[in-house]
Design a protein around this ligand. Structure first.
Ligand code: ADP
Ligand code: MG
Length: 445
């Protein structure tokens, strides 16, 4: 018997929309639609092969779950994309989801490992503490380890990386990851179903308990009491506890004093926003992971404009890839600028992106010394002055960090760059005029 399957995808979309962030939903799902089919197959049209493959490798589990919950009779789900005037298909298979599926028991997402975690100045301390705990769970002084940082800076990733590492290297240990909200829900359900002792037994069986976003315990007394006792039980037996939060313990409003003090017992580490070099490194790693090679300049443009957090960096990269694929165009610095311009909430208005290479070239022309001389270690007066001007302009016009600029102009340290910037900023007369002129030539569009 043929069942009426029209409208299924619309219902699925409503479910999917509640499960992923709005930006991803917009990028990957908004332009999809169901095609008619005369068997128990769901066929969904998407705009390009890239999108079909991306959905298959990143969202299979979510899509199949949604389809299953809307209509159990659907036997398979195919994504159709236009190719040479016809359609080609990608079938979603449960096996596709293995890489993206969450381990049901420990609740760990396989994407969040130390391998995929980029370490830079901004997160080095937190990373080292996480590694120390992962290598010797329960046996360091870092118990609990409390990882603190703003949204999208890698708290969940780092927390889960600890879990993966321990599962791999200490297979006998029971690792449990849970968000504070999920913990709360499960507790409340256990009250309703009169299964609290099972609930307690479950969490007390953990050798390693990873609790994400403990700021949401804020103001909930019952759950705080429950967690207090769990914390003590685990801590006394030397089981490892790792917590994350967007604020320090003392700033979680309505958190009982006894929990505040316990959260402070071990070590508190802080995740900061990534600096320029780390932003580039993160972008490079993400692109590599998806098998895509991007021009250095594109990476550098994104890293210059998207400075808030790592989630935004990822989001921008994905939008760029999606845009290029949908419109069938190459990924160029101009395209990157366009995508950033359209999407970032507060685009920093800069007349034109200036690269370090352009500065090098312009300064070399104006001063009549070669780029190689500027980047060399030579110190004749003319070359040294040109180099200082170049560093000054790089600092002023590119948003590159001091360390990066120093490295670019001949492997110098950041103090040299600071000194150059000060020196040139104080110059008057002919040098000042020259600097203004070079700057003008670089920034006119
Ligand atoms: P938070 O929990 O602090 O809000 P997440 O851990 O969810 O942040 O990180 C946001 C996104 O950025 C995730 O996709 C994560 O994989 C990625 N990410 C965060 N930190 C890093 C890092 N150091 N290297 C690579 N990717 C990272
Ligand atoms: Mg998180």
């Amino acid at each position: 018997m043929k069942t009426d399957t029209s409208g299924i995808w619309q219902k699925c979309l409503q479910i999917i929309a509640t499960q992923i962030n709005p930006q991803s939903f917009k990028t990957w799902f908004e332009q999809s639609r169901q095609l008619p089919s005369d068997d128990n197959r769901l066929i969904v049209e998407v705009k390009s092969r890239f999108i079909a493959e991306w959905l298959a490798s990143h969202y299979s589990a979510i899509i199949l779950d949604a389809v299953n919950s809307v209509d159990e009779t659907i036997e398979s789900v195919c994504l159709a994309y236009p190719s040479n005037g016809d359609y080609s298909f990608v079938e979603l298979k449960p096996s596709h989801t293995d890489a993206g599926a969450v381990d049901r028991f420990s609740n760990l997402n396989p994407r969040y490992t130390f391998d995929t975690f980029v370490v830079g100045e901004f997160n080095r301390l937190a990373f080292m503490a996480a590694m120390a705990v992962a290598e010797a769970p329960g046996r360091t002084k870092y118990n609990p380890l409390y990882i603190q940082g703003g949204v999208g800076l890698g708290k969940t990733h780092l927390l889960q990386a600890i879990g993966h590492f321990i599962k791999q290297n200490h297979p006998d240990k029971t690792v449990l990851y849970v968000t504070s909200e999920r913990f709360t829900d499960r507790f409340i359900n256990s009250l309703i179903n009169k299964t609290t002792s099972k609930f307690r037994e479950f969490y007390r069986s953990a050798d390693v308990l990873l609790v994400d976003d403990v700021q949401f315990f804020s103001g909930k007394e019952g759950i705080q009491n429950e967690f207090f006792h769990l914390f003590n039980a685990l801590h006394q037996r030397g089981q490892q506890i790792v917590l994350t939060s967007d604020v320090p313990p003392s700033e979680i409003k309505g958190l009982e004093e006894r929990l505040v003090s316990r959260f402070q017992w071990g070590l508190i580490v802080d995740l900061q926003p990534p600096e320029y070099e780390s932003r580039v490194a993160i972008l490079r790693k993400k692109a590599e992971a998806d098998g895509i090679e991007l021009p250095e300049e594109v990476l550098s443009i994104i890293a210059q404009y998207v400075t808030t957090n790592i989630r935004e960096l990822e989001g921008t990269l994905i939008r760029l890839l999606a845009y290029a694929s949908i419109h069938g165009v190459e990924i160029t610095p101009q395209l990157a600028m366009e995508v950033i311009g359209t999407y970032t909430r507060a685009p920093q208005p800069v007349a034109k992106v200036v690269t370090l290479e352009e500065i090098l070239k312009a300064v070399s022309e104006y001063f009549g010394v070669s780029p190689e001389q500027i980047r060399s270690r030579r110190r004749t007066k003319q070359i040294a002055l040109a180099r200082q001007v170049a560093m000054y302009l790089a600092r002023k016009l590119t948003g590159s960090s001091l360390a990066h600029i120093g490295k670019f102009f001949g492997g110098r340290d950041h103090a040299t760059v600071v000194h150059a910037c000060k020196t040139i900023a104080q110059r008057e007369g002919e040098v000042a005029r020259l600097v203004r002129e070079i700057e003008k030539s670089l920034t006119k569009s």
